[in-house]
Design a protein around this ligand. Structure first.
Ligand code: F6P
Length: 359
């Protein structure tokens, strides 16, 4: 019998179940005698041997179900080499569980940090196959991550809803969209939702340029402006600080709950316009996966199962030019896929009049 472990790690997304279903269904079809062991709450389940022996029926009826049937948790990569509160060596504990259960390989569904831990376990001698999860679409090595398109739908819908109320009242609205380091979600939802100004972590903004864009709209007769602002949007001023200086500044704290409120207060002060802030927050990770994600998850899941059947380990399955492929985990670990400020998508957005607050 071949035994395969599986876990979902880090922040959840809509398409984790759909992906696990893809892996499991293809595994059951490809390998006659296979057993899947599901670890609860991500790497935590592997550390503390919290698992369940899955049945094929566990993976039925979950294609459209958001969240994860296994649960998930954040286990920061930086702390992997630190013992837990009881002095347990986390990495050794995970290896121990893997060996005790006589697993042939471990399947990891995760984002950036989870891929780093997956690679660490690979370096420690475990057989790993990973799949690219995250609403941020920021994993290097894949054109697309599952969860991203579902989150784009929700964030776009939030901007759509704001449009009608913004138009009625003639206000400035800021919609804060998830993404601390990378702005793909804000960029896509901002364009899809017809935002007038899009602020991304990769393109530091000048608040005066942002305010000028709003004033220009107002003087041309537009009653409202909508800003799509990434959680990690950063001013030119802050971007010019060293990493250490910025850390110090952040440590001191801010009088605002998040960046959108800070930007909103400045806009109100400079333009004299009424400003409202909307933060859809974790709604962006909730609900059911969109059709695009269901297809992507099924394809990635099936491809991961094929790697396992062929005993090809140490890879993350990925999508490149709409073909499913594999990339070495060693190459993926620790790299983010940023929005290139010079990419054609930014150029095209600027051509239709969207301001990125930079020029
Ligand atoms: O990584 C996905 C993500 O939703 C980011 O977009 C967001 O910044 C972060 O997770 C939020 O994390 P948490 O769920 O731990 O608050």
């Amino acid at each position: 019998m071949r035994r395969v472990g599986i876990l979902t790690s880090g922040g959840d997304c809509q398409s984790l179940n759909a992906t696990m279903r893809g892996v499991a269904k293809a595994l059951y079809n490809l390998i006659e005698d296979v057993e899947i062991v599901g670890f609860e709450e991500g790497y935590k389940g592997l550390m503390y041997a919290d698992y369940q022996i899955m049945k094929p029926s566990d993976f039925s009826g979950i294609l459209t179900r958001g969240g994860t049937i296994l649960g998930t948790s954040r286990q920061p990569f930086k702390q992997m080499r630190e013992p837990d509160a009881n002095g347990l060596d986390k990495v050794e504990a995970m290896k121990h569980t893997y060996k005790k259960l006589r697993l042939e390989c471990l399947v990891v569904l995760g984002g950036n940090g989870s891929q780093k831990t997956a690679n660490l376990l690979r370096e420690e001698g475990l057989n790993i196959v990973s799949l690219p999860k995250t609403i941020d679409n920021d994993l290097w090595g894949t054109d697309m991550t599952f969860g991203f398109q579902s989150a784009v739908n929700i964030a776009t819908n939030a901007i759509d809803c704001i449009h009608t109320t913004a138009a009625s009242h003639g206000r400035v609205f800021i919609v804060e969209i998830m993404g601390h380091k990378v702005g793909w979600l804000t960029l896509h939802a901002g364009i899809a939702g017809g935002a007038d100004i899009i602020l991304l972590p990769e393109i530091p903004y000048d608040i005066n340029i942002v305010c000028d864009a709003i004033k220009k709209r107002a003087s041309s007769g537009k009653r409202f402006s909508i800003l799509a602002v990434a959680e990690g949007a950063i001013s030119k001023e802050d971007a010019s600080l060293s990493k250490k200086e910025l850390k110090e500044k952040k440590k001191k704290g801010s009088m605002y709950p998040s960046v959108a409120y800070e930007i909103g207060a400045k806009i109100a002060e400079v333009t004299g316009q009424e400003v409202r802030v909307t933060v859809p927050g974790h709604m962006q990770r909730g609900g059911e996966p969109c059709p695009y994600d269901r297809v992507l998850s099924t394809r990635l899941g099936a491809a991961a199962a094929l790697l396992i059947k062929n005993k090809e380990y140490g890879y993350m399955v990925a999508v490149k030019n709409n073909e499913i492929t594999k990339v070495p985990l060693a190459d993926v670990a620790g790299k983010l896929k940023y929005v290139d400020p010079k990419c054609s998508m930014i150029r095209e957005a600027k051509l239709v009049g969207i301001s990125f607050g930079d020029e």
